[in-house]
Every structure is written in C-alpha cells, then in structure tokens.
Design a protein around this ligand. Structure first.
Ligand SMILES: [Zn+2]
Length: 291
C-alpha cells in the first residue's frame, strides 16, 4: 500500500493544477501528454480522438489493451473506463477530477499483465466542464459507427471522504436513504446499466468494503434527477449505451468543489486506492480471461 500511495502522490503532483481550455490551455495539453505517456509506459496502445470546439482542437486521450492472441475476443464490444481531465477556471481540480485520472492510471498499471477476453479502453475526456463536449463527441461517434460497448464506467470526483457525522449533504429528490457521514462511494446507473451497477457494488463489497458502496439506479436517462446526469456517463446514456458513474458526490460532500482550495492535501488516498481496486476487479470480471 505504501508504494501505491507514493505512486498516486507522484501522479497527483503532476496532475493537480488548473486545466482549462481558455485560461490554462497549455496545462490542459500537458496533462493530455502526461496521461498518454503514462498509459504507454504501462504497455497500453495510445491514440487520440480530436474534438473541435470554438475553432480550436482538443483531444480525448484513448488507451487500448486487446486480448493477447488474435481470434481471442478482440472483435467483442470493449469495456470503457473514463474520467475527464479538464477543470473549471480557478480550480486546481484535485478531487475534480485528478482523482478520477489517478484511478485510470492505477487501473492501467494493475491490468498491465492481465490476460483479456475482450478489449478495454481507458479514456481521458476533454471538455467535461464545457457541457461534456469531449464525451459527447466520443459517444456520438461510436453510435454513428454502430459500435457496441460492454459498458462504460465513469470516474467523477472519487477522492474526497470524511468520516464525521454531518459531512454529507443529501442531493434533492434522491429516493434512497443517504448517510450523513461522507465516506461512502456512490454508484449511479440507469435501467440499461443495472447489471453493471450490481457488479461494481459486489466488487466494492468484496475488495474494498470500507468504501461502503451506495447504489442508485434511475429511470431513463436520469431526466427526473438532473444531479445524476452531471458527468460524462450522461453522454453515454444519451447515446443508448450502458454507463455508470462512481462518485464521492462532489459538491454534496466536498466544500472545495470548483474552488481554488480543491488541492491534494484534501484528498483521501486510501479511499482513492479502494476505488481503483474496485474498478480493477470489475474490469477483470467483465473483460478478463477466466482461469
Ligand atoms: Zn468533474
């Protein structure tokens, strides 16, 4: 664990700074480059999907791992795991969303030597804070190409946890009991992704029960509960793909949300590594070769 925390801290030191298309475009580009380099170092094939906005070009960073041998499932629908890498202006974005990026990097490292039965795509999306333009472009292109997905797991603010009572606000209209202690991981899906919600919940119970997973399945595309649509998974819901978001509930727990105080010092590294363990275990369940 100590080693893992050292590695996570090193990633965070590089990633945590404002990464915004208007006010810090250079940091945004450098982050894309860093992610791409790290994925390559872990043996993943990397590519970019270009996204045009306001007359400029941005990129979704994509890392792919295929089954080792040809004819062993490389044609099967891939499992996608994604997190956005941009921030709002004025925030260094440690929880939102360097935390999600660190989980992506940890999963890339843990799956390095894992034999696969179907491809896995790790995607770092640009422009989530700009109406989800990055993931919208990604999901609508997939749909236009009539490609299928085994599912999409989106990481959105997964590094903030507090065990004191009263540290969790209740999002309005949520039809389940929500603890007032802000140390659980929320798993939110819709009817089309119910099976994926169940799998993530089970793997969290099994490998990281300290995460106290709390699952919610909403009807349709979450229209009746707009707070459940506030990340890149909604782009996949809208395009008809099964997608789930893992989150610490962002502003309903984290007082630093979208502020300049969203820094590394406020993150809970144990919580972060537990999320990474859960996502890795779920990815192996869905895309790994069964022994
Ligand atoms: Zn975010």
């Amino acid at each position: 664990m100590a080693n893992q925390h050292v590695r996570i801290t090193r990633h965070l030191e590089t990633l945590v700074r404002e990464r915004h298309p208007e006010t810090s475009p250079r940091a945004l580009r450098k982050t894309a480059h860093y992610l791409s380099t790290q994925f390559s170092k872990e043996g993943w094939a990397t590519t970019s999907q270009l996204v045009s906005a306001w007359g400029k070009v941005y990129r979704n960073v994509v890392a792919i791992k295929y089954p080792d041998r040809p004819g062993q499932g490389e044609e099967l629908p891939p499992l996608l795991i994604g997190a956005h890498y941009d921030t709002v202006s004025g925030s260094p974005g440690a929880d939102d969303n360097a935390s999600g990026l660190v989980v992506l990097l940890e999963v890339a490292s843990s799956l390095r030597a894992q034999p696969l039965a179907r491809p896995i795509w790790l995607v770092a999306f640009c422009l989530e804070e700009q109406d989800r333009l990055g993931s919208q472009a990604f999901a609508s292109r997939l749909k236009a190409e009539r490609r299928e997905l085994a599912g999409a797991i989106i990481l959105e603010c997964v590094g903030f946890a507090r065990s004191e009572a009263g540290t969790q606000q209740i999002p309005p209209g949520v039809p389940i009991a929500v603890p007032t202690q802000g140390d659980f991981l929320a798993i939110v899906g819709n009817e089309a992704s119910r099976a994926l919600v169940t799998q993530l919940d089970q793997e969290a119970q099994r490998y990281a029960s300290q995460l106290k997973p709390l699952s919610l399945v909403v009807p349709g595309r979450g229209e009746a509960l707009p707070d459940t649509r506030r990340s890149d998974h909604a782009s996949f819901w809208d395009a008809g793909y099964p997608a789930v978001v893992l989150t610490d509930t962002a502003n309903f727990r984290n007082p630093h949300y979208h502020r300049e105080t969203d820094t590394v010092a406020t993150l809970n590294l144990e919580f972060l590594s537990n999320v990474a363990a859960t996502v890795t275990a779920t990815a192996i369940q869905i895309a790994g070769v069964r022994p």
